[in-house]
Design a protein around this ligand. Structure first.
Ligand code: KDO
Length: 336
């Protein structure tokens, strides 16, 4: 008779197999979570980087064990500007896309790349939460295979120069090598400001300013602080030329693979993340100038009327404006 304490070969095999299964059952379980890979060029100290932790925490609380949220900052997963293509291919689930990213596929979206189009963050939120936003987001979903879930206020873009310069009007920026992100829509904005626009990825701007391959850059002031550009520049010119937005967007493939309840919770988490970013960034913008003054930077205010007129004229005369549906600018202006 077989001693029950001595396993037969087949029992031993079975036990080994069960143990192996036990070991591999863990990763299998982990794999069964819905993976959400996030890619952003933001530096960790910036609000639109920190908001992803709010997203992750919020989602883990509302759907315990269902999602595996992976946050990749500093453009460590995809380079700046490559995110929307990666999402459309299914290689990336979530990112923040700018109006400039949208305008490449939805020409009408270029209206939001135009300087001095949106007045302030409150108007920005109303626009994108209202019918104009719904129309634009529908086009984005159809043409880009991604869905915007929430609108984050990136801040109001200002000029930031390596050397002090007397800048009153766009003419005073003639010959200034102004770094812009790398797309023709961004370069157009830089040229409309009167500068010589030159493309460079966000991650290379600090070194560009330090070594003098560029004379300046434009970004919202919280990002100037977070990315430490103030260490390698001497002046901020308060042009306030773009009330900038970033859309928390998800790939349609990823959305389609979720249950309706999961979709609703992912959307709620994105909205909580954007709200956290917006609140903190608006607060910071209200008092940040003092920080730069203490760091020794000159803060100057140009002739804003001259900038408004010149930039608005550049856009009105451009091919971009031809793609704006009749009445859209008036509808945007009417949002209060
Ligand atoms: C930038 O490269 O200047 C920019 O501000 C453009 C934005 O659309 C966005 O990509 C942002 O950089 C990054 O998130 C880094 O803050």
């Amino acid at each position: 008779m077989q001693n029950p304490a001595t396993p037969t070969l087949s029992r031993r095999r079975m036990l080994a197999a069960t143990a192996a299964l036990g070991a591999s059952a863990l990763p299998v379980l982990a794999q069964s979570k819905v993976v959400l890979r996030i890619s952003s060029p933001a530096v960790p100290e910036d609000w639109h980087a920190k908001m992803w932790t709010v997203f992750k925490d919020n989602l883990e609380k509302s759907t315990p064990g269902e999602f595996d949220v992976q946050i990749n900052l500093n453009a460590s997963l995809f380079k700046q500007g490559a995110e929307s293509a990666a999402m459309a291919r299914g290689n990336l689930e979530l990112s923040t896309l700018s109006s400039f990213d949208m305008a490449k596929f939805v020409p009408a979206f270029s209206v939001f790349t135009a300087g001095y189009m949106v007045r302030d963050p409150a108007q920005q939120q109303k626009i994108f939460q209202g019918p104009i936003g719904a129309e634009m987001f529908k086009l984005v979903s159809e043409k880009m295979d991604v869905t915007p879930l929430a609108t984050a206020y990136l801040g109001t873009r200002q000029l930031n120069l390596r050397e002090v310069r007397n800048v009153k009007t766009p003419a005073d920026l003639k010959g200034v090598k102004l770094r812009m992100p790398g797309s023709k829509e961004w370069l157009f904005l830089g040229e409309a400001l009167g500068a010589t626009a030159t493309p460079l990825a966000f991650g290379e701007v600090y070194l560009g300013l330090k070594t003098g391959t560029i004379d300046g850059q434009d970004n919202p002031l919280p990002s100037v602080r977070a990315a430490k550009f103030y260490e390698v520049t001497k002046q901020i010119v308060l042009t306030s030329h773009l009330v900038d937005s970033l859309f928390i967007a998800i790939s349609n493939k990823s959305l389609a693979a979720m249950t309706p309840a999961q979709r609703q919770k992912v959307t709620a988490a994105a909205q909580a993340a954007a709200a956290y970013n917006n609140e903190n960034r608006i607060k910071e913008e209200a008092q940040i100038v003092e920080f730069f003054r203490k760091e020794g930077l000159q803060i100057t205010t140009p002739d804003l009327d001259a900038f408004h007129k010149s930039v608005q004229q550049s856009y009105q005369n451009s091919d971009y404006a031809k793609a704006w549906p009749a009445g859209l600018v008036e509808r945007i202006n009417a949002v209060r």
